[in-house]
Design a protein around this ligand. Structure first.
Ligand SMILES: Cc1ncc(COP(=O)(O)O)c(C=O)c1O
Length: 536
């Protein structure tokens, strides 16, 4: 292991935190990275020395704040290989950057135009373009993901045509860790006079980026994934493209001249930064970039790749673990998504949390990709500059024992006895023959799949109630409790349930499992409401 990781850890006091009796092991970096003192010191300096609004005051504080905020744009431009600050818009995050582009292009899109995405897009891109397509009449096409976790580039070449208006693609998949060939996609887009937007949420944090080499028209990223604060992200756009793009948000700062009937726009990039911007956050983002570049982006990339390879090699020896994405040996970013036979990701996360280890489990905002992988969700361990192989070993130790540990964990006094009882002996599992209606959890809970089946008799009483579920042990136990207890109840009463499960369990479950506990009640209540509404 690079000795640097141990040195780097010194800059992150949060990594000294203990969770219960255990040292924190933070492996949820693809969601948000930790922030070094060098970055959050910026906030103290800003708020104690020069807090003021930018671009508005002829006084020292406003001048200092404006200069620092503008220079932060220069810093980001340099980091991404852009020509200068005119090409860098500060936004809240990657999601807002993509929305800015999608809304800016809205007037250019109409029926017949095509938006080319990939099956591995994050909802930030997928949902945004889906909505813009609905509003404009354009259609969305998807480049498929192959079994090895790559984009099918032959299909991409067929899908990008003269009807394509924009290709929007993740540089790196937040589930598979695949580094996509965005230069080739940029060529395909440009050969067809289309734009390309590169979602850099998972690439800007861990590798050198040169937007000109990528030939990206747009490049979106988030500060909180690259050792910066939340609330700040960015959008690079080629200058002539941004000049032609309609602004997304209107108001102060983004205008040049306003009359009662019209307005003209400010110069780039301020045309896209309406209202008071996140000033301290923007300056802190520049500090995060300074911090990372001191380490060196090549070194960050190599460190992440080394950790990912190590984790993959270790998982490969375990036949009860399924991993997703490119195999050992191929470069990927520092994340590995996986499933452990017989242990749902939420249960695994809780077992890990008991040892101070933080990972993420669910669909990672990529439900369509999980449909392609044919799993409802996955666990994901993701690494950053301060992580070590020793931390991965700690993760593996829990993974190895997860199946054996789960029953004892659910039997512990942190859970109401009914959870273990129903986990061990689920009642009413399986479908109900000829149900009056079924209600699936897909619409209401993220990454957990389950379905209630209800037979209702003529006077509105629940005659039989069953469930089918692929969700975590806790949600399944709760579904079983509900199925047993609500049989014989009036469907109208079920439509009004509010806190029934938490009361039944005397609130005896770990707070981190609240969503798993209340999820099934939400599902059955919604199903009952829909039924009652339809009956009236
Ligand atoms: C590939 C990808 N795109 C977009 C996003 C959205 O980022 P944010 O929530 O910071 O807008 C994420 C976040 O996980 C991501 O991984």
């Amino acid at each position: 292991m690079s000795p640097d990781a141990l040195e780097i850890r010194e800059d992150f006091p949060i990594l000294r935190r203990r969770i219960g009796d255990d040292q924190l092991v933070y492996l949820d970096n693809a969601a948000t990275t930790q922030t070094p003192t060098q970055v959050y010191d910026v906030f103290e300096e800003f708020y104690t020395e020069y807090n003021a609004n930018v671009h508005r005051g002829i006084h020292a504080l406003s001048h200092e704040a404006s200069v620092a905020y503008e220079q932060a744009h220069d810093r980001v431009a340099d980091f991404l290989g852009a020509e200068g600050r005119a090409e860098i818009v500060f936004t809240k995050n990657t999601t807002e950057s993509i929305n800015l582009v999608a809304n800016g292009l809205r007037n250019e899109l109409s029926a017949g135009d095509e938006i080319v995405l990939t099956e591995m897009e994050h909802h930030a891109s997928l949902v945004t373009w889906q909505q813009i397509a609905k509003q404009t009449g354009a259609s969305v096409r998807y480049v498929p993901v192959t079994e090895t976790g790559h984009l099918d580039m032959d299909r991409a070449a067929e899908l990008v045509t003269e009807d394509t208006a924009i290709v929007s693609v993740a540089h790196v998949s937040n589930v598979l860790g695949t580094v996509n060939p965005v230069e080739r996609l940029a060529d395909l887009a440009h050969d067809n006079d289309a734009y390309i937007l590169v979602d850099g949420a998972q690439s800007a944090p861990n590798r050198p980026i040169d937007v000109r080499e990528l030939d990206a028209d747009f490049f979106a990223f988030s500060g909180h994934k690259l050792a910066g604060p939340t609330g700040i992200g960015g959008l690079y756009g080629k200058r002539h493209v941004l000049e032609a793009l309609e602004p997304f948000l209107f108001g102060g700062e983004m205008i040049r001249h306003v009359t009662l009937t019209n307005a003209s726009w400010n110069e780039l990039p301020w045309k896209f930064e309406a209202g008071t911007p996140p000033i301290a956050e923007g300056i802190a983002l520049a500090a995060a970039i300074d911090y990372l570049e001191d380490i060196g982006m090549d070194a960050v990339r190599d460190h992440e790749n080394e950790l990912a390879q190590y984790a993959l090699e270790q998982f490969a020896d375990r036949e009860f673990v399924q991993t997703y994405g490119p195999d050992v040996g191929e470069e990927r970013t520092g994340l590995v998504s996986f499933n452990v036979d017989g242990v749902h990701g939420h249960d695994l996360s809780s077992l890990l949390n008991d040892e101070g280890i933080a990972i993420r489990a669910g669909d990672h905002c990529t439900q369509p990709l999980h449909d392609v992988l044919d799993v409802p969700g996955s666990a994901r361990a993701s690494f950053y500059i301060y992580n070590t192989k020793a931390e991965i070993d700690k993760l593996l130790a829990v993974v190895d024992e997860a199946r054996e540990r789960l029953p004892g964990y659910l039997q512990s006094d942190r859970y109401h006895d009914a959870i273990y009882d129903h986990y061990r002996n689920p009642r009413h599992g399986g479908g109900v023959a000829d149900p009056t209606f079924t209600k699936s959890s897909e619409e209401t809970t993220c990454g957990d799949e389950g379905e209630f089946h209800l037979s209702i008799d003529a006077d509105g009483t629940i005659e039989s109630l069953g469930f089918e579920s692929q969700s975590c042990a806790v949600s399944q136990a709760v579904a079983s409790i509900l199925s047993e207890q609500l049989e014989g109840e009036a469907i109208e009463a079920v439509a009004e349930l509010d806190g029934y499960v938490t009361d039944t369990l005397d609130d005896r479950f770990p707070a981190i499992r609240r969503d798993c506990v209340v999820g099934p009640e939400k599902v059955i209540r919604e199903g009952a409401r829909e039924y009652v509404d339809a009956a009236h």
